[in-house]
Design a protein around this ligand. Structure first.
Ligand code: PEP
Ligand code: MG
Length: 590
């Protein structure tokens, strides 16, 4: 009998990082185990059964141990749930089914086991019986334990990836993404996440096409499926037909042509038609991003997110290590500036080596400058490293998440202490390093007139500013439709910051993702933004737009936009104006 062809499935999610890629999938399960769809030979079957039985025994022992501990500490009734877990693990039907399937399909035992579990979960979830439905979580919990024992918990689940793959996962943390550049990962797709999560931002830096917020992708994909990731439009295609593949291959070539064409602007000045110079800088996360900054023609770095330095390691980076890294970036980017943002731990970025408790609202919690002011030891080490490195190029210091003048003053007082200590030790540093504040909290935007008197520059962090102003969690795909850079409230806050900065005689930049959103470029220009800092890949397109408009036109468009009532109206208006000024721009206008 002829085998049925797998069906083509198209899913729509949130575009996280542009570009088109296709390849074989590698499915990580929810706890990020690599489930290998490995073929096995006849003579390996017994060994796979042995591994399975050992994992079951190990899991049973673990459950018995937990059950005993819970009984002692909390009482027997609380330990009952583990009796239910034991029933799952001792279910002879399940065990027999796994072994029979293994013999028939000859695939790795972890793959088969997961497949059988999925089937059980599906059957139980379709039952009307509430009691049986509740057993789903028992099956899930026990399944995870068995898988962990089969595979062995790995610190870096992507460490063993040997061939070029597209990773499919429920979620990926920023630290997972940070290690991808060393791997064979050509794209990724996740169930959750949003455009401004640090995972998405990291993907853009690595120039890996990615789609997030797909909600069900891990339930539709199996390891080894062929998948297309269209990170530009936020679409993925599982099991594409040859016709679909051909269409995407054509699209991929077309995008590459556009990119090549845009790169021709690389060495042209970034200025408006009437000669107003605009600073076009890039955001980087790791030093591996520097070549991309240079090839895309960005003039310096408007945001160096230093927290990746602290991730994926067991210790904290020493002053010496940081000094070397910052000095290296300063040298490579010279004569342009490098804006080093001090540690912005928290939110969606966690460091395993620091004992920071998980919080209910991490984005509103102990993060960024709040953490650094509470841990001056860590903060001072970084500031010393930056100041020392300032001798090797042009560095700036920028504090994240300043919410009011007191915080800015406290940070500056610590910086002053560091300056005095360096002087005492006769260590040279650039005395004129500019020190700025990120404006990413509405309270800072509203009091930017006060802050401007004690800062050398502002950089608007719209990723956070939007989430705080509109009360929309920036990493939650369910409310991503409310995350609206064009919202009048957001524009008013930005206008206020730029005006207050200029009144005090300081320059104002933007380093949130909105700075790279082409629909918003002309409005931001018209509001008087001095520096745009964005993923390097966005810079050529921004330059093209800025070079196609006069300041007067941009100011008129910004003014008109501010008379409109909703984000949708403003976005539609801005896109229409953009299309008029740059007719061959690729943007969908409603
Ligand atoms: C921002 O909030 O806009 C920003 C640039 O900082 P991050 O995305 O790292 O929070
Ligand atoms: Mg931020």
């Amino acid at each position: 009998m002829k085998e049925a062809k797998p069906q083509e499935i198209i899913l729509k999610g949130i575009p996280a990082s542009p570009g088109i890629t296709f390849g074989k999938t590698l499915l990580l399960d929810r706890e990020q185990y690599v489930i290998q769809r490995r073929n096995i030979k006849e003579d390996q079957i017994q060994n796979e059964i042995k591994r399975f039985k050992e994992a079951l025994i190990q899991t049973k022992n673990e459950i018995l141990e937990i059950k005993k501990r819970i009984s002692e500490e909390m009482g027997v009734e609380h330990a009952q749930i583990f009796s239910a877990h034991l029933l799952v693990i001792e279910d002879s039907m399940l065990i027999e089914e796994v072994i029979a399937k293994l013999k028939k399909e000859r695939l790795s035992i972890e793959y088969i086991f997961q497949d059988v579990l999925k089937k059980y979960i599906k059957v139980f979830s379709e039952m009307d019986d509430e009691y049986l439905k509740e057993r789903i979580s028992d099956i899930n919990d026990v399944g995870k334990r068995v898988l962990r024992n089969l595979i062995g918990a790995k610190e870096d689940p992507l460490g063993s990836v040997k061939e070029r793959v597209v990773v499919v996962s429920y979620d990926l943390s920023p630290s997972d993404t940070a290690t991808m550049h060393k791997k064979n990962i050509i794209g990724f797709a996740t169930d959750i996440g949003s455009r401004t999560s640090h995972t998405a931002i990291m993907a853009k830096s690595l120039e890996i096409p990615a789609v997030v917020g797909l909600e069900v992708v891990t339930r539709r994909v199996e390891s080894g499926n062929i998948i297309i990731i269209d990170g530009t439009h936020g679409t993925i295609v599982i099991n594409p037909t040859p016709k679909t593949l051909k269409r995407y291959e054509t699209d991929r070539k077309r995008l590459a042509d556009i990119e090549r064409h845009l790169l021709e602007l690389k060495d042209l000045p970034c200025e408006t038609l009437d000669g107003r110079k605009i600073k076009l800088a890039a955001n980087i996360e790791v030093s591996e991003d520097i070549p991309s900054v240079i090839t895309h023609g960005a003039e310096g770095i408007g945001l160096y997110r230093t927290e990746y330095f602290y991730m994926n390691r067991k210790d904290l980076p020493s002053e010496e290590e940081q000094f070397k890294a910052y000095a290296e970036v300063a040298k490579r980017i010279k004569p342009h500036h490098v804006t080093i943002r001090t540690l912005d731990l928290g939110g969606d970025k966690f460091l395993s080596q620091l004992d920071v408790p998980r919080e209910m609202n991490p984005f509103l919690g102990w993060r960024a400058i709040r953490f650094c002011l509470a841990r001056p030891d860590i903060f001072k080490t970084q500031l010393r490293a930056i100041l020392r490195a300032s001798m090797f190029g042009k560095l700036r210091i920028m504090y994240p998440m300043i919410s009011g003048l007191e915080e800015l003053r406290q940070a500056n007082a610590i910086l002053d202490e560091v300056r005095q200590e360096l002087k005492k030790d006769s260590i040279l540093f650039d005395e004129n390093v500019e020190v700025g504040a990120m404006i990413e909290v509405p309270s800072a935007a509203l009091t930017s007139d006060i802050l401007a008197k004690e800062a050398d520059f502002f950089s608007i962090g719209t990723n956070d500013l939007i989430q705080y102003a509109l009360a929309v969690d920036r990493v939650n795909e369910k409310i991503a439709y409310l995350y609206d850079p064009a919202h009048p409230a957001v524009l008013l806050l930005i206008k206020n910051v730029i005006e207050n900065g200029h009144k005090a005689g300081i320059w104002v930049g933007m380093c949130g993702e909105m700075a790279g959103d082409i629909a918003m470029t002309i409005i931001l220009l018209g509001l008087g933004l001095d520096e745009f800092s964005t993923s390097p890949i966005n810079t050529p397109e921004l330059k093209r737009i800025i070079r196609s408009v006069t300041m007067e036109q941009a100011a008129g468009i910004a003014q008109q936009a501010l008379t409109l009532s909703t984000g949708r109206e403003i976005e539609r208006f801005a896109k229409r104006k953009l299309k008029e000024l740059v007719p061959d721009i690729t943007i969908e206008v409603e």
